[in-house]
Write a protein that binds this ligand. Structure first.
Ligand code: GDP
Ligand code: MG
Ligand code: K
Length: 282
């Protein structure tokens, strides 16, 4: 029997524990994450000839290295390398929830999106062309209503598909002319670094460069172990100044805004208010 390790990841209150309990038959506490302990829970289930190990991770809004939850989740993805990540997204708050997805895209990990709370989206009268949005980010999206168990078999089928898929065509988040230029310069700075020195971090080079430009403490700590760290940091500092000068915002905000811009652009084409929709079809 084949085993698939699946990490459930998403914002607090997106329905991760509900899906976890439902699928694994566990009875974990559903409600606001207390924040007292940062921990994950494991449960297993069988479906269609596979044994799934589900991992319920703490809720996070981002994967920066600021809060214990964010660091824990990022470390889990990088070190435990789950076979597939199920990104649980609250469909009724898609724009905010999909921010985390942009960070997962940069990490180039296999993802399936559970578009949970789909009942709330429908009740609010909106429509979401999630298939089009999913093809924009090249990640399958499966509508689910965790509370009622709807969509879970379909979700597991998609997880199997992604598990079996051998090659991925990862989308790149477009950060805009100024940031892309700095990313390229940082990537070239790594030309002199022996790749085996950072291969174990399991971070794509582009991700390392983005995080360095953002000033991510965890990635900075790692880069300090490289023999070329002095040149890298001196270049990084110059690029941060350049970004701030041209964009008139700190680099971290610039990256955050670009990620939100990417999501907002895609949703503008695919997420409609009912009133607009019915006017069009009249
Ligand atoms: P977590 O913080 O991501 O683990 O979220 P929980 O699983 O604790 O769920 C948060 C709340 O949303 C709970 O009250 C659930 O009963 C509710 N919930 C979960 N899935 C759905 C869903 O698909 N639709 C609706 N309307 N509520 C849901
Ligand atoms: Mg939970
Ligand atoms: K919760």
């Amino acid at each position: 029997e084949k085993r698939i390790r699946v990490a459930l990841l998403g914002n607090p209150n997106s329905g991760k524990t509900t899906i976890f309990n439902l699928a694994s038959g566990a009875h974990e506490h559903v409600g606001n994450y207390s924040g007292v302990t940062v921990d994950s829970k494991e449960g297993t289930l069988r479906h269609n000839g596979y044994e799934f190990t589900l991992i319920d991770l703490p809720g996070t809004y981002s994967l920066s290295a600021y809060t214990p939850e964010e660091l824990f989740v990022r470390k889990h993805i990088l070190d435990e390398k789950p076979d597939v990540i199920v990104n649980v997204v609250s469909a009724s708050a898609a724009e905010r929830n999909l921010y985390l997805t942009t960070e997962l895209i940069d990490l180039k990990v296999p993802i399936v999106i559970a578009l949970n709370m789909y009942d709330e989206l429908e009740e609010s009268g909106r429509t979401f062309d999630y298939e089009t949005f999913g093809s924009l980010i090249n990640i399958p999206m499966v509508p689910t209503v965790g509370k009622r168990g709807e969509g879970i078999p379909q979700l597991l089928e998609k997880v199997i598909d992604i598990y079996k898929q051998e090659e991925f065509d990862y989308v790149q988040i477009p950060y805009g002319r100024v940031l892309e230029k700095s990313i390229g310069i940082m990537e070239r700075e790594f030309k002199n670094v022996e790749p085996t020195l950072y291969a174990g971090w399991n971070m794509p080079l582009r991700y390392i460069c983005v995080k360095l430009l953002e000033g991510d403490r965890d990635v900075e700590k790692r880069v300090r172990t490289l023999p070329q760290q002095e040149q890298i940091f001196s270049r990084r500092d110059k690029e941060r100044i350049y970004i701030e000068k041209l964009l008139r915002e700190d680099p971290e905000s610039a990256f955050t805004n670009a990620r939100y811009g990417f999501i907002a652009g895609g949703l503008k084409e695919t997420l409609t208010e009912k009133t607009q929709f019915s006017e069009k079809t009249k």
